[in-house]
Design a protein around this ligand. Structure first.
Ligand code: MIC
Ligand code: SF4
Length: 639
């Protein structure tokens, strides 16, 4: 039986288990990446493992999320990351070099390699034929130390792209179409493998737009084969030696299939407040736009920026629109500066931001009250922009640039004559913002600023777990709700005590206070709890506040792993109706917790209502050991 691309890479990296969907496997990790807002924690955890040198082929620490430096906290964290990286064998990408996923694709991505990144959009690397997975910082720390990475073997979905994109329709519209069909829960436990005639006309950065937003499906990862297109991209990056061909066998078997006819695609937008709330641009045409933001790890490649520059060339941004543009990397910005496209952008009235995440993670450019903001980003969760009442639409760069000119949501097909931007034969290569690690054995002092506080460590599971339901939340709660990130909070990513004061406050402003007053307790949640970011802080802050278990209808993959890694039980309602029976402040107890946990079914007693709920703890034996030991760090150290 032939193999698909995903299975070929997994087969080459598998250490334990078998490739049977749903069963636990462990794989060897070739490369890791971290970014600054998850990186400090990941490196503190790496240090706690007591390993001197990373054991990966390449590990890179990027600074891209939090580079506003509105106080010393960011700069302190950057210095810590720079020095800890140098000390332990990790490459350091200085602020200004670009967004981790964009730079990794350009400079380090290798087809057929595995990449584990402490950022949920790590699957961007799937655009170059890597098996690239997002995870919590602790999993990445363990992988840096040479530890294998455990996942449940995903089922593999074939996404068969037929035909060719029509003029003004773009890669963004492909992934928005997938999201429209499958929703933000539709990818859990799956890998999306793109194939078919249609992939031939998609460049590596276009492919990466698609695999990047596979994260919004909740997927484990997404990927494309490594083919002629991949070779051309690597050659243009001066890295043809990194190329290997990886294509699915002609008789490859898949678990599911989705077919998309590119000829039929329309320009699309994800409407407020979810990436799967997708509609046709033609239906949204009269909506007035206040702000347009172009960039992010999804749409900030050279080709994206060139398309935008050409649309803006010789024109002026509408007087009622604030347009900001953040090229994804120094390479992209440098090329735009050299070929004059930057001049078109600037003279149109656009404001050019640093090559970083910026507004995508609420680091500035919060829209005005009730504003409509069009963004080429990947997430439009409520409040993520920093303005709770803002209405954020996710669109392609073409739609964004066209709308910035007219002041209304605009179909780019109305722009008139089409132009095509080709992948350049040679990208401008200058890696002078990558600092290599110190040679082995060389002394490096690791600098720790006062903002870096010790992270909370879980305790081994006790036999009786009891407490109150501190809050009850609904479906699709994101990690932005659990641990909000914005310009005020992002500087405190290495200070869990401070961050915990904001934990779950967008849903329940008194949550931290109640948790403290009651000495911790439980969270009750709906489906897909914890979708979005890989931030471990969404588990560490609850841990700090004494949360013992989360009772939910279902969990998002990375958040569930983060909870377990930090010794918090993710319990799933076996009878979904039980969710409705529980109220906030009910008193719950789990007797014989250790014994019950081993069986995989846990009875939670509601002392207030005199009821019992059957919960499943559908986790592997290794994860059970972790919960028992009080988290992954305790387990790894005891091994
Ligand atoms: C995001 O897009 O939500 C982030 C910010 O990049 C996060 C990482 C973080 O919270 O630091 C992610 O995607 O994992
Ligand atoms: Fe940065 Fe936004 Fe990409 Fe997250 S989604 S890595 S915040 S650009």
């Amino acid at each position: 039986m032939g193999l698909n691309v995903a299975k070929k890479i997994i087969k080459n990296h598998i250490i334990k288990g078998e490739m049977i969907p749903g069963s636990e496997i462990s794989i060897k990790i070739d490369q890791t990446l971290t970014q600054d807002s998850t990186g400090t924690m990941a490196y503190l955890q790496f240090e706690a493992l007591g390993i001197d040198r990373v054991k990966t082929k390449r590990s890179t620490a990027y600074i891209d999320h939090n580079i506003l430096q509105s106080g010393p906290e960011n700069a302190d964290d950057h210095l810590y990351i720079q020095t800890v990286a140098k000390r332990h064998g990790i490459y350091f990408s200085k602020p200004g070099n670009g967004i981790c996923h964009q730079v990794n694709l350009e400079r380090f991505g290798v087809p057929g390699d595995t990449l584990l990144g402490s950022d949920s959009h790590t699957p961007t690397g799937g655009g170059i034929g890597m098996l690239a997975i997002g995870a919590g910082g602790l999993d990445v720390a363990v992988a840096m130390g040479g530890g294998e990475y455990y996942i449940n073997m995903p089922s593999i979905v074939k996404v068969n792209l037929k035909g060719k994109l029509k003029h003004w329709i773009s890669a963004k519209d492909i992934i928005l179409e997938v999201l429209k069909r499958l929703t933000v829960k539709g990818g859990v436990g799956k890998i999306f493998e793109y194939c078919g005639e249609g992939i031939k006309s998609l460049s590596v950065p276009e492919r990466a737009t698609i695999t990047n937003m596979g994260a919004e499906l909740g997927a484990t990862t997404s990927l494309f084969p490594s083919d002629e297109v991949t070779y051309e991209f690597l050659k243009a990056q001066g890295r043809e030696k990194d190329f290997i061909e990886i294509k699915a066998d002609s008789d490859a078997v898949y678990d599911e299939e989705v077919e998309i006819n590119l000829d039929e695609l329309q320009p699309l937008a994800a409407c407020p407040h979810s990436p799967d709330n997708v509609d046709n641009i033609t239906k949204l045409k009269n909506i007035k736009v206040n702000q347009v933001c172009i960039g992010s790890c999804t749409n900030s490649s050279y080709a994206d920026m060139m398309k935008v520059a050409k649309i803006l060339e010789g024109k002026t941004v509408n007087e009622n629109v604030s347009l900001v543009i953040a090229p994804g990397s120094k390479q992209v910005l440098n090329m735009l500066a050299k070929n004059g496209a930057l001049a078109s952008i600037v003279s149109s009235g656009a404001r050019v931001l640093e090559c970083a995440c910026g507004p995508c993670i609420g680091m500035g450019q919060s829209p005005s009250t009730d504003a409509v903001s069009l963004r080429t980003f990947n997430r439009n969760f409520e409040g993520r922009s920093g303005t709770v009442s803002a209405k954020v639409y996710i669109v392609s760069p073409e739609v964004a640039a066209a709308s910035a000119l007219t002041g209304y949501i605009t179909d780019p097909r109305d722009l008139g004559e089409f132009f095509k931007v080709e992948t350049p034969e040679k990208f401008l290569i200058n890696d002078n913002l990558i600092v290599p690690p110190a040679p082995e054995g060389e002394e490096v002092e690791v600098v720790r600023g006062p903002n870096i506080k010790p992270f909370p460590k879980a305790k081994p599971l006790s036999d009786t777990v009891e407490g109150k339901v501190l809050t009850k939340v609904s479906d699709n709660i994101t990690t932005d709700h659990i641990m909000p990130s914005n310009a005020k909070l992002l500087p405190y990513r290495s200070n869990i005590p401070y961050l915990s004061e904001y934990c779950l406050t967008p849903c329940d402003k008194d949550f931290p206070k109640k948790a403290k007053e009651n000495g911790g307790g439980f969270i009750v949640a709906g489906g897909n709890y914890g979708q979005g970011s890989s931030r471990e802080h969404a588990a560490l802050a609850p841990l700090y506040l004494g949360i013992k278990a989360v009772l939910a209808k279902s969990f998002a993959r990375i958040h569930m792993a983060n909870l377990i890694n930090n010794g918090i039980m993710p319990l799933v309602f076996i009878n979904v109706e039980d969710y409705d029976k529980i109220d906030a402040m009910d008193e719950l107890v789990i007797d014989n917790a250790v014994e019950q946990m081993e069986t995989g079914v846990v009875i939670v007693k509601n002392k207030t209502k005199n009821q019992e709920y059957k919960m499943s703890l559908n986790i592997t034996d290794r994860q059970k050991k972790m919960i028992k030991a009080g988290g992954l760090l305790n387990l790894v150290k005891s091994n």
